[in-house]
Design a protein. Structure first.
Length: 434
């Protein structure tokens, strides 16, 4: 049993007892008020999930195990003091609830490198898809094809007890996270670079090796992908990718099945696909009005036209946040530090000055501020990663850190299959007295 797994067991055993005591002694205590509106509007804000890894505060943004993004950018282990946090450290924090040491992060980097090789058939599955297949389809198909590798599934079929489900689930999530950069890079090189593949460099950390295998073997892109993997890793349990992973996992589907479900949700325009839409919208704006910052009135008119045409402004607004997303702020800070003269960064900054003002004048828009999608594409563009439709794959690689660490906790707690009840429209009308 490796050191991370041993520590998880030491933490999980007493915490599971707390969970069981809470369920037994206080299970009938109400925690939230469900209304017809909450049910019919997507259950937004309704407490219905247990998620330890992170929590979204409407005013402060995402907190990972209680730590804010600025705190983690300062305190998580880095390759050097001026760089960005290593995603391995955030995974350790989400999984175990304590700040990692340098040696903990070094262990995870080495462990994931040792588990990262793919069976040949996974490459064959990807190669069997038409070259013009969307990257997220290739990514999800490759992950699903690895389900036969599941150690949880094998243990379950051999009669493992419920209290031991977490053990084999741990092995699966470590294997899966380790293999994702290889899958993503293979798809990228196959689709955009004539299938000229680049071998892994197992001496690199998880994010840097992804950049290397994609063909961006320089420190600046390594630094950017560490930030990207850090910022997109988790967003509590109610977003589609996290909830889908949890929901499918609650049926005791193996982690490969559960994570694939999360990725097909992430691919939707109202979720991770939005990072592609931001860049398309910005390109369309520049094509129509020219260099954006030369006349901010033109930006205002273009934004209003987009709204009048019945479209949203991609990258702006959030179902929960009521301020600028700290993940966007981190991207702005990164850009201003390392690429202050980049024309797309300048355009992004101008939009930040104008778009909230316009959206704020629309009464039904409660949050006119940018979210994480508003900035990520601009940074990737600067370093030559210009293939918009691949951005969601990068998002997906990162999101594995959060949704899979929480899936392990789901198994440790022994959470049951998720099965809310439902009613036809007539039932709601009757309850409303209509």
């Amino acid at each position: 049993m490796d050191q991370i797994k041993r520590k998880f067991k030491e933490i999980a055993v007493p915490r599971v007892e707390e969970f069981r005591k809470l369920l037994t002694e206080s299970g009938d205590k109400p925690v939230d008020k469900v209304t017809i509106g909450s049910v019919l509007s997507g259950m937004k804000g309704t407490v219905s999930l247990l998620t330890d890894t992170s929590k979204l505060d409407p005013e402060e943004g995402i907190r990972f195990r209680g730590y804010s993004i600025p705190e983690l950018r300062k305190n998580l282990p880095k390759v050097n003091p001026e760089g960005e946090p290593l995603p391995e450290g955030l995974f350790y924090l989400m999984l175990l609830g304590e700040m990692p040491k340098d040696e903990d992060v070094a262990f995870l980097s080495k462990e994931w490198a040792s588990r990262s090789d793919l069976p040949d058939y996974v490459y064959n599955v990807i190669d069997a898809l038409p070259l013009d297949t969307r990257p997220m389809v290739q990514f999800s198909t490759a992950i699903l094809s690895m389900a036969s590798l599941s150690k949880f599934q094998a243990a379950y079929m051999e009669g493992a007890g419920k209290s031991d489900y977490w053990d084999s689930t741990y092995e699966d999530i470590m294997d899966l996270i380790a293999k994702l950069p290889r899958i993503a890079a293979y798809i990228y090189r196959r689709k955009y670079h004539d299938n000229k593949q680049i071998s892994a460099d197992k001496s690199l950390d998880w994010a840097a090796n992804l950049a290397h295998m994609m063909g961006y073997d320089n420190y600046e892109v390594h630094r950017l992908l560490r930030l990207y993997m850090f910022l997109h890793a988790d967003h509590e349990g109610g977003n589609v990718s996290a909830h889908a992973t949890h929901l499918v996992g609650s049926a005791l589907s193996n982690p490969y099945y559960a994570y694939t479900a999360g990725m097909t949700g992430l691919a939707g325009p109202l979720h991770g696909f939005a990072n592609q839409e931001v860049m398309r919208w910005m390109f369309g704006m520049i094509e129509e009005i020219g260099p954006a910052c030369e006349d901010k009135d033109k930006i205002r008119k273009y934004v209003k036209k987009t709204l009048d045409d019945g479209h949203v402004i991609p990258g702006y607004g959030h179902a929960v946040l009521r301020k600028t997303d700290p993940r966007f702020t981190a991207q702005i800070e990164f850009g201003q530090k390392y690429l202050p003269d980049d024309p797309w960064l300048i355009t992004m900054t101008c939009l930040y000055e104008v778009v909230p003002e316009v959206l704020g004048s629309v009464s039904k828009i409660k949050n006119p501020w940018p979210n994480v999608d508003a900035g990520s594409g601009v940074l990737l563009m600067h370093y030559g990663i210009k293939e918009f439709e691949f951005y969601t794959v990068l998002f997906g690689v990162s999101r594995a850190l959060g949704v899979l660490s929480q899936l392990l906790w789901d198994r440790a707690y022994g959470l049951p299959i998720e099965r809310p009840t439902s009613h036809p429209l007539e039932w709601f009308k009757e309850k409303a007295g209509l």
